[in-house]
Write a protein of this length. Structure first.
Length: 479
């Protein structure tokens, strides 16, 4: 079965033909690590994780290389570090920058694990490739595509006739879209920074143009060239990166390596809305992945919601969709809990859907059909191709001991008694104990139902003021 993907470079669906079938290579623009990842950041990570899984299924897991970078040198990172220093942090600015990026990378990896996003083959940090970026900038200067001015090095847009062709934008559109910085050292307003000077307090590295740091666009070109070669198969990222980021990547990469393809196919996911509006802190609809996990939302339900809309269409994230997907995932978990992950085969309909430009809504519709018809073996294995119903979501007898189950039921019984006697503070405390342990509870007219989330940890079940739950060590050991 052939794979077809919408190539945003040419604006239509194309049959995927890798450069080498035994060496399929893909690159996805990763996070800039200055704060917690929000739900919009999660969409490309989840979508292109499905792409990674599909490519591994078709070409073999050992024949696919996936690179997702980490931007750990950026003005937003410097700004956050400076704010911490001004607030009284006694460390040097460089030490604060290192601490911020290290901590944020750890947060990001934890969030991705909760969403069942597979680790990429390579996860390079920009700061690990500074020397390669300097070499690439020097190459562009030597070839006449870049020039040095006042400690900066800029790519000369006028030296490359193809500029603007990737994003199919006019000069006026590019000037507006780039939000160009008007600077006396620029020959053309559209010329973009490859290297810029650093103050003594800012992160910086030595270069032929003085101590400084790279511009944002050059890091991806340096990393892909080093890890994937001058030509590779798929470059992906959010639609907001088409211009200027990817336009600039194409220009500098093709100019540095004439005759190469750079990326053969380009894929971009559309942006995410919240209840029909752009997500923004000022609108009160901004939330991070951790915010959802802290509410006790199952990471699988978050992932299912992110995949419920085709990746090229805007996703309207709503609380109703999320709750519906929590219930759906809970039902699927229940009916597949005794099925191992290596039984059966992926449904042909699911594979057909994913082979057609990652049509995850169509694939999910087939999962619903499999659940309804009772084909739970196919449901389990087919859901796995979308990163759903994997091991951490099961709550079978091995994970949930008889003693732990009794403990949960007893806590729920005590909560019901507390609510009946209007001891609401105590009832809330018991609920919080359960949620912190990864138990999702749902109150309804017929009573209270519960299910486990992907974060279930029996050792975190706590006493709520009675003599009651088993010792943590007993629960952790399944005694």
């Amino acid at each position: 079965m052939g794979l077809k993907f919408h190539d945003s470079r040419i604006g239509k669906k194309e049959l995927f033909q890798p450069i080498e079938a035994d060496n399929v290579r893909m690159y996805v623009c990763g996070p800039t690590v200055y704060d917690r990842a929000h739900i919009g950041n999660a969409r490309p990570s989840v979508v292109f994780d499905v792409l990674f899984r599909v490519l591994q299924d078709v070409y073999g897991s050992g024949n696919v290389t996936y690179v997702r970078n980490i931007t750990d040198v950026d003005d937003k990172i410097n700004a956050r570090a400076l704010a911490l220093k001004n607030a009284g942090d006694g460390r040097t600015l460089m030490d604060i920058v290192k601490a911020v990026t290290d901590e944020t990378i750890l947060w990001y990896r934890e969030d991705m694990k909760a969403l069942s996003v597979l680790p990429p083959s390579h996860e390079p940090r920009a700061t690990e490739f500074i020397s390669k970026m300097v070499e690439l900038v020097a190459c562009l200067v030597e070839k006449g595509f870049a020039y040095a001015a006042d400690g900066h090095v800029l790519f000369s847009v006028g030296s490359y006739d193809g500029y603007g062709g990737f994003s199919r934008r006019s000069l006026d559109d590019m000037l507006a879209g780039a939000r160009v910085e008007v600077a006396p050292y620029k020959k053309d307003p559209l010329d973009f920074v490859l290297w810029k000077p650093s103050t003594p307090d800012e992160p910086g590295w030595e270069s032929p143009w003085g101590r400084g740091r790279p511009g944002w666009h050059i890091e991806c070109s340096a990393m892909t060239q080093e890890l994937l070669g001058q030509s590779f198969d798929i470059h992906a990222g959010g639609a907001d990166l088409v211009f200027p980021h990817h336009e600039n990547e194409v220009a500098q990469s093709l100019c540095a390596n004439p005759g190469s393809e750079f990326a053969r196919y380009w894929m971009h996911n559309a942006l995410l809305l919240v209840e029909g509006r752009k997500m923004a802190k000022s609108l009160g609809n901004f939330f991070t992945i951790k915010d959802l996990l802290d509410r006790g939302i199952d990471g699988g339900a978050i992932r299912l919601t992110l995949l419920s809309t085709h990746y090229r269409h805007p996703l309207d994230w709503t609380e109703r969709k999320l709750q519906d997907n929590c219930r759906t995932l809970g039902r699927w978990q229940q009916v597949t809990r005794d099925i191992s992950g290596d039984e059966g085969e992926v449904s042909p309909e699911v594979m057909t859907a994913l082979s057609d430009d990652l049509n995850t809504p169509r694939a999910i519709a087939e999962l619903h059909r499999l659940a309804k018809t009772g084909d739970h073996v196919s449901l389990k294995i087919s859901a796995g191709l979308l990163g759903l119903l994997e091991g951490e979501y099961q709550h079978d007898s091995d994970q949930l001991s008889h003693l732990a189950r009794n403990c949960i039921e007893e806590l729920l019984s005590e909560r019901a008694e507390a609510r009946a006697s209007r001891e609401f503070a105590r009832a809330d405390h018991i609920r919080d104990c359960l949620v912190s342990a990864g138990v999702e509870i749902k109150d309804g007219p017929q009573g209270t139902d519960w299910c486990l989330t992907s974060r279930f940890d029996p050792a975190r079940l706590q006493s709520s003021g009675r003599s009651g739950p088993p010792e943590q060590g007993e629960l952790a050991n399944g005694n």
